[in-house]
Design a protein around this ligand. Structure first.
Ligand code: ISE
Length: 333
């Protein structure tokens, strides 16, 4: 049986997800696109063969042909659409972040708790990226001893026009917050944010160095540089007691010529994480069919919002902030 998918949001990510669902995922078919700008919804629907387009996301959620909803609209709209889907009993893949703040994210947790079942998967696609899954697998063999530190680099060529330093933490750094918890099987307990000299090409404090401590005593440092100009560059290195596990960022063939080895970089995250997005979306559809949740849960999404709230406070205060630890409800195992 094929699951009819509706997508809310016809921007960069909504259009990308529409192409992935329409062309690369088994067991699903694209039914409808919604966007506050109905003409954008119509354009993506025409390109991807989705039969319906609407300017009203709630009409899409109520559509009986839509069995599952992918939310890729602006961040602030995620909680309301996710809650409407939960109330309608429809599974959701919600782009990160779950919400701009923890207080708003908690509304989604309360909706799942009162429904008594998990319907939301968070779009932290890096959990499906072979770079991260490889180092997690290698760490878990025990061959390299305990993980001590995780160095992360997160560079974009240019930041979206609406970005500021707080958005860099809430939106961009949310990926490292989630993936550090996932790779290290640890919780983040403290955060400090350092501002480097501001790039003359940036409109906000960029780059930032965000440093976390974990409940296992590890350090996670993230260089966030969203106006790096030269390309999209995400990579990392996990420092363990007897070895270091490094991955990224090249996605293409190495060309050796004229005494130089060159590998090209992606322009943005879509090609860099194309495999991760495909595997994530396939796992989501598979989880609906099997009834076994996959990927990051709404709870993971909520915890990330508590950490990014603390990160924004640390940015403003210019001093370390302790991250309150939350008790995981039984629903989230
Ligand atoms: C963007 O929203 C993403 O999700 C990308 O993965 C991230 O690298 C980028 O910094 C964000 O702005």
């Amino acid at each position: 049986m094929s699951i009819g998918v509706g997508i809310i949001g016809a921007g960069i990510m909504g259009a990308d997800h529409a192409r992935i669902i329409a062309g690369q995922v088994a067991g699903a078919h694209l039914v409808a696109i919604a966007d506050a700008d109905a003409s954008r919804a119509r354009a993506v629907a025409a390109e991807t063969g989705a039969g319906r387009a609407t300017g009203d996301p709630y009409e899409l959620i109520a559509d009986p042909a839509v069995g599952a909803v992918l939310i890729a609209s602006p961040d602030a709209t995620h909680p309301d659409y996710a809650i409407a889907c939960i109330k309608a009993g429809k599974p959701v893949l919600c782009e990160k972040p779950l919400a701009p703040t923890a207080a708003q994210g908690m509304r989604v947790i309360e909706a799942e708790l009162s429904a008594g079942r998990r319907l939301v998967q968070l779009g932290f696609m890096r959990r499906f990226d072979p770079g991260y899954t490889d180092i997690k697998g290698l760490l878990e063999t025990g061959r390299y001893g305990a993980a001590l530190a995780f160095h992360c680099i997160h560079r974009n060529a240019t930041a979206a026009p609406h970005f500021d330093a707080a958005a860099a933490i809430v939106s961009s750094c949310s990926h490292e917050i989630d993936i550090a918890r996932f790779v290290l099987s640890a919780e983040l307990t403290r955060v400090q944010v350092f501002r480097a000299r501001k790039s003359s090409l940036a409109t906000f404090d960029d780059p930032l160095l965000v440093v976390f401590e974990t409940d296992k005593g590890q350090i996670v440092d993230v260089e966030l540089f969203l106006n790096a100009q030269y390309g999209y560059d995400v990579r990392g290195e996990l420092v363990c007691e007897t070895g270091c596990l490094a991955f990224g960022p090249a996605i293409n063939t190495a060309v050796r010529h004229s005494g130089v080895t060159a590998t090209s970089l992606a322009a943005d995250w879509r090609p860099r994480f194309a495999t991760a997005y495909r595997l994530q979306n396939q796992a989501w559809i598979g989880s609906i069919a099997s009834g076994r949740p996959a990927g990051a849960s709404a709870w993971d999404g909520y915890i990330v919002t508590t950490v990014s709230d603390a990160g924004v406070r640390a940015l403003d205060l210019r001093s370390p902030v302790t991250i309150a630890q939350e008790k995981r409800p039984a629903l989230y195992g």
